[in-house]
Design a protein around this ligand. Structure first.
Ligand SMILES: [Zn+2]
Length: 176
């Protein structure tokens, strides 16, 4: 007796967990780009849900967050790759708004909150200088846009900041 490809691929595989909620095929048309840093994720989810009312979104999480879209001199291949990934999502998923989230300490926040990827690329910069670099990078991304969608795409930019008092705050950087 032969086994079909379908039988073979499902043999011995049974669900270990099922959700009560239903599959929603509608695309959210929002892309959030943020750093992979796990210290950030719950804060970001809360901000998106409570301040922006966004709970469903495409996401690109990578070390450095939106910073991967800027060339940083030696990082050109990386930025080019991420730009192409984002351009694909924007086209294929009909993205209408991109939300870019940098992170780090507030002006008087703890240095350890600095984005590790920015620390890797700019090892001699102070946390204050990295904050400034993120603002330069944000302006570059907003200016250059994404592939063919440079005019009708909304781009919002934020930074998630750890404060000296141990709190979390989000600030808005210039977008469009
Ligand atoms: Zn980071």
């Amino acid at each position: 007796m032969t086994t079909s490809a379908t039988d073979a691929s499902t043999a011995g595989v049974s669900p270990i967990y099922s959700l009560d909620s239903r599959w929603n095929s509608e695309r959210p048309h929002i892309l959030v780009m943020a750093c992979s840093d796990g210290r950030l994720q719950q804060n970001l989810d809360e901000f998106l849900a409570t301040h922006l009312n966004i709970t469903r979104y495409d996401r690109v999480y990578a070390p450095g967050g939106p910073g991967v879209l800027t060339s940083h001199g030696i990082e050109f291949l990386r930025s080019d790759q991420f730009r192409r990934e984002c351009d694909f999502l924007i086209r294929a998923h009909a993205i209408e708004e991109v939300i870019l989230v940098f992170h780090g300490p507030s002006a008087d926040g703890p240095a350890e909150a600095t984005c590790a990827d920015y620390g890797r690329i700019y090892p001699r910069m102070t946390p204050q200088e990295i904050r400034h670099q993120q603002e330069v990078d944000a302006a570059e991304i907003v200016q250059s846009g994404f592939g063919h969608r440079t005019s009708d795409l909304r781009i919002s930019v934020f930074r998630c900041e750890a404060t000296a008092a141990g709190g979390i705050q989000f600030v808005r950087l210039p977008g469009r």
